[in-house]
Design a protein around this ligand. Structure first.
Ligand SMILES: Nc1ncnc2c1ncn2[C@@H]1O[C@H](COP(=O)(O)OP(=O)(O)O)[C@@H](O)[C@H]1O
Ligand SMILES: [Mg+2]
Length: 327
């Protein structure tokens, strides 16, 4: 857990950032970041490809103190987009996955017994939320729609007026640092899940949704962007033949996405799946085998023949699984 040390940075960002040069995006938006890279600033991924709309939404969040929620299917780059923008603005960033076993106490803090001058005393140990709020930190609540009710109740409080946080047990009201920022990522748009794909997601009430100023959607990257993303992640695949292979892999991923939307299959290949497949291909040097290990084995058995047919269409090779045992 974080100790209560404060991050020492100017109260407000002190360096203008060139959006075109830094993110490869044409925009008039003026953006500031910090000169100094401090603890909690994410590491830069130099191969990262920025999606224009998503990046501008996130930049507006940093520059104009807007609360930004990014919604989209899994593995499309929601969390890493925020992290990679923060990395380039030198903005300390903390990701909190609400899908895990995080509780109200982890967020707020608790009384703990500590030794001081050889005496046992009870001291309040600040949780991650009060610490973040008082620092120039961007919090990212990941899997926002999967948060437990007690946790959402706490978050609701900082979404209220002026973002002040009251620690009831401590009789303390915490005001946010001028450079505290709030982001969230979610698979659904707060309506709960209608597709059955995202188990454990909750409806987010309208009042909560209203307090997010910007809702941006990141579903799939353009084909050429996705090729850049995958090539960037697996530089070993660089020959013309390899590039053609990556293209076919993404073509197949697209078929699974369409199939998913048409309800022909219940799982889909995200950009993350494609990256993993390319990495596994380098290990096993076998496109079919690495495909099976990365994706096919995770599919519902009844749907494997459909996926095998997609594979056939993209690679001109038959997979074992193309036989439907029921036929
Ligand atoms: N635009 C991109 N450029 C480079 N890598 C990307 C991009 N989008 C996604 N990725 C990679 O895909 C994986 C999934 O991204 P992530 O942000 O975790 O997705 P999400 O939060 O939407 O589930 C990560 O390994 C990330 O590095
Ligand atoms: Mg995520």
């Amino acid at each position: 857990m974080i100790d209560s040390e404060r991050i020492s940075l100017p109260n407000r960002p002190d360096q203008k950032v060139n959006v075109k040069k830094t993110f490869g995006i044409n925009s008039d938006l003026v953006v500031h970041g910090f000169k100094e890279k401090t603890q909690w600033v994410p590491t830069i991924d130099p191969t990262y490809v920025f999606d224009k709309d998503t990046t501008l939404a996130i930049l507006a969040g940093f520059e104009h103190d807007r609360r930004v929620m990014i919604q989209g299917y899994h593995g499309t780059g929601k969390s890493t987009h925020i992290e990679q923008v923060a990395a380039r603005l030198n903005w300390p960033c903390v990701r909190i996955n609400l899908d895990s076993h995080i509780s109200r106490i982890d967020l707020l803090g608790k009384d703990a017994i500590v030794l001081k001058d050889e005496k046992q005393i009870t001291e309040f140990k600040e949780g991650i939320l009060p610490w973040s709020i008082q620092n120039p930190v961007a919090i990212v609540f990941d899997e926002y729609d999967a948060g437990r009710p007690d946790v959402m109740f706490v978050i609701q409080r900082i979404l209220e007026v002026e973002g002040k946080l009251t620690l009831l047990d401590q009789n303390q009201v915490i005001s946010p640092h001028a450079s505290f920022r709030l982001f969230a990522t979610t698979n659904t748009v707060g309506m709960g899940d209608v597709t059955g794909l995202y188990h454990g997601t909750q409806q987010i009430n309208q009042g909560q949704m209203d307090r997010w100023h910007i809702l941006s959607t990141l579903n799939y990257l353009e084909r050429s962007h996705e090729i850049d993303v995958v090539s960037g992640k697996v530089p070993e695949l660089k020959s013309a033949k390899d590039k053609a292979l990556i293209k076919s892999m993404i073509q197949l991923a697209d078929l699974t996405r369409q199939g998913f939307i048409n309800e022909d299959i219940s799982s889909l290949m995200s950009p993350r799946t494609v990256i993993t497949w390319a990495q596994n291909y380098i290990i096993f040097k076998d496109i079919q085998h690495s495909f099976r290990l990365t994706f096919l084995n995770k599919c519902d058995e009844a749907e494997r023949p459909i996926v095998a047919e997609y594979f056939q269409r993209c690679f001109g090779e038959d997979l074992l699984e193309s036989h439907n045992p029921e036929k």
